[in-house]
Design a protein around this ligand. Structure first.
Ligand code: PEP
Ligand code: MG
Length: 604
């Protein structure tokens, strides 16, 4: 009941909110109650001065010295780490690389020369120019990388001037540190200082601050607007890293409640661990594959750690972004083969390039694609459409996929199929590539499974015809909801209407499952809702054969699955399919969960 009681105390997220509670993004789980230390931004009193030509060389030297010192500081920091914090090491390495990149350092040196200005000011001009470029990037992950540019810039400012505020040391009592943002050096110092958790204005779930917080095990909330102005050093606050919220002036009752909530969470996490090695089945023996969604090969560690039954979605496009060149066949083969070998005999489902839409094709190296300036990218030349219009690119990927299929159970997944003709075109290409490989004596699995993402309403309607021609379906609800309800999945103004439990969505899932099963193929679901334990009962009841989700959600969903019977789940789905609006489905689900699992204290 804890989450409910907390919501009542401070207003539900969908209802009236307690003005003393502010919301951000969950950066790292855990709850802490404590006093705050607010760190002010570092370089707000930056000065500009004009330089005479004859001192420019001197200024360049001073700047280069700052770059060398910053690099040395990062290297010293790096040497203090052991291998456990590999994510942190990767971040520090990327900052060292950034110091050698012409984007910041080269541009600043040029501005000193051209505009005859001091290094600090040239650096701030560079930051402004880089920011303008990043603002045009729609991809959230890549946009978040601007934070790294800012860290490196701040580090250089610190070296250049006396203005920088160093991370304070020697706190008298354990504190929650609040700042606009932190450098990696700050976050590392937090290890040895009395820091309970931290809170920032900047950042998202993929920002480095959040990544480091998770690896240090410190609760954190990131992306809280204006938080450095909203609290003062000495205030007591509650930081809820599970739900990304901060209680600014908590009552004693609230403090006790949150502490109890945290205790329950921790006990539950321990219990969940137990499920990692158990099979994914209901009490009456119905097996449902719980597999993992991943974006980069490094995540394979998490896939095995959380006991996934294979990879249900490898978003291959992330291997194309942020590269200098488009990856060649051998590079792709290396990545796919490693995944397949690591997981064999479990299946590895690799989706072909899903660029375009919110994953901007302008992020593909080369910037030579036709869809760079589309008026409506979500409805444009994205995903399979882009692959079919850039066939050499697509054929390279298909060759790599087929070659990797010789090493284990690889499945090819095609995104955004909206008409049968697209599937036929792909089949023709795959057939031709198989022929070429055979002629070249290169091994591949001729029975490799090819499936499609069902994520466009037309694919749902035509699911029977499509099912007759593919080996499996994977329902992509993230897009299916966007296209069916006409809600841009990244638009905060209509975010409340983006409802996975809208009866239209549940009926479409049901229809797709039925069409697939009628043709004897398996139907998976790999949208975000698959990893939401609140929605899992209805998805399981709708007869999906596989749910694919972020790896850490797997034990959670498995626990629920192992406490279920297929009869009860099917009964629930039947009832829910009669609902006519999302509120009704939600109410029914809440009742069902309370009655069958008693898990409501953990469900938001
Ligand atoms: C989806 O659309 O549900 C999906 C899993 O793919 P993506 O989020 O990568 O578009
Ligand atoms: Mg999609």
């Amino acid at each position: 009941m804890m989450a409910k009681e907390i919501q009542e105390l401070q207003g539900d997220q969908s209802g009236d909110r307690d003005p003393e509670t502010v919301y951000g993004i969950s950066g790292s789980p855990g709850i802490v109650v404590g006093r705050v230390v607010v760190l002010r931004p570092r370089a707000d009193d930056l000065v500009r001065y004009h330089l005479e030509k004859d001192v420019l060389e001197e200024e360049q030297k001073r700047f280069q010295q700052a770059v060398d010192q910053a690099e040395q500081e990062l290297k010293d920091l790096r040497s203090k780490f052991d291998g456990d914090l590999s994510d942190t090491l990767t971040i520090i390495d990327s900052h060292i690389r950034m110091l050698r990149d012409p984007m910041i350092v080269g541009q600043t040196a040029r501005l000193i020369e051209q505009q005859q200005i001091n290094a600090e000011w040239a650096l701030s001009r560079s930051l402004y120019l880089i920011k303008k470029k990043f603002d045009h990037i729609a991809d959230e992950y890549i946009r978040d990388r601007f934070a790294d540019v800012e860290y490196v810039t701040k580090l250089l400012w610190e070296q250049l001037s006396e203005h920088g505020q160093q991370f304070p040391t020697g706190f008298a009592e354990p504190v929650i540190v609040v700042s606009e943002d932190f450098t990696p050096a700050d976050t590392v110092r937090m290890q040895s200082e009395k820091v309970l958790g931290f809170l920032t204005e900047k950042g998202g779930t993929t920002s480095h601050t959040a990544i480091v917080a998770r690896s240090l095990g410190l609760p954190a909330v990131v992306g809280v607007e204006n938080i450095t102005q909203q609290c003062r050093t000495g205030d007591t606050i509650i930081l809820d890293g599970y739900d990304g919220r901060v209680c600014l002036a908590p009552t004693i009752d609230q403090q006790h409640l949150y502490q109890e909530y945290d205790r329950q969470h921790q006990a539950f996490s321990k219990e969940l661990h137990w499920y990692i090695n158990l099979s994914s089945e209901t009490l009456d023996g119905l097996q449902v594959r719980l597999s993992a969604n991943i974006e980069i090969p490094k995540e394979i560690k998490q896939v095995t750690y959380y006991g996934a039954d294979g990879i249900g979605l490898f978003r291959s496009e992330f291997g194309y972004f942020q590269q200098r060149h488009l990856p060649d066949e051998e590079t792709l083969l290396g990545v796919y083969q490693d995944l397949v070998v690591a997981l064999t005999p479990q299946p590895v489902t690799i989706r072909t390039l899903d660029a375009g839409g919110d994953k901007l094709a302008s992020q593909l190296p080369g910037h030579r694609f036709k869809n760079l300036h589309e008026r409506n990218p979500a409805l444009g030349l994205r995903s399979i459409r882009l692959s079919l219009s850039e066939q050499p690119l697509f054929i390279t990927q298909i060759r790599a996929l087929l070659r990797a299929s010789a090493f284990g159970k690889l499945r090819i997944l095609l995104p955004l199929i909206s008409i049968l003709g697209e599937l036929h075109q792909v089949q023709e290409i795959i057939g031709q590539v198989m022929l070429d490989l055979t002629n070249q004596g290169i091994p591949f699995d001729p029975a490799v499974e090819v499936g499609i993402m069902v994520e466009v309403p037309s694919a749902v309607v035509m699911a029977d015809a499509l099912a007759a021609e593919v080996d499996f379906f994977s329902i992509g609800t993230n897009d299916l909801i966007q296209y069916s309800l006409a809600i841009d999945r990244g638009n905060e103004y209509v975010a409340k209407m983006y409802d996975p439990l809208h009866p239209a969505i549940l009926r479409m899932i049901s229809q797709t499952v039925k069409a697939g099963h009628d043709q004897g193929i398996e139907v998976a679901l790999c949208g975000e809702m698959a990893g939401d334990v609140f929605m899992a009962p209805v998805l399981l009841g709708l007869g999906l054969d596989e749910l694919s989700m972020r790896p850490s959600a797997i034990p959670h969903v498995k626990r629920l699955l192992r406490h279920s019977t297929s009869r009860r789940l099917n009964g629930l789905a039947k009832e829910i399919l009669k609902c006519s609006d999302g509120k009704e489905t939600r109410a029914l689900l809440e009742k069902y969960i309370a009655k069958n699992y008693g898990l409501q204290q953990l469900i938001k």
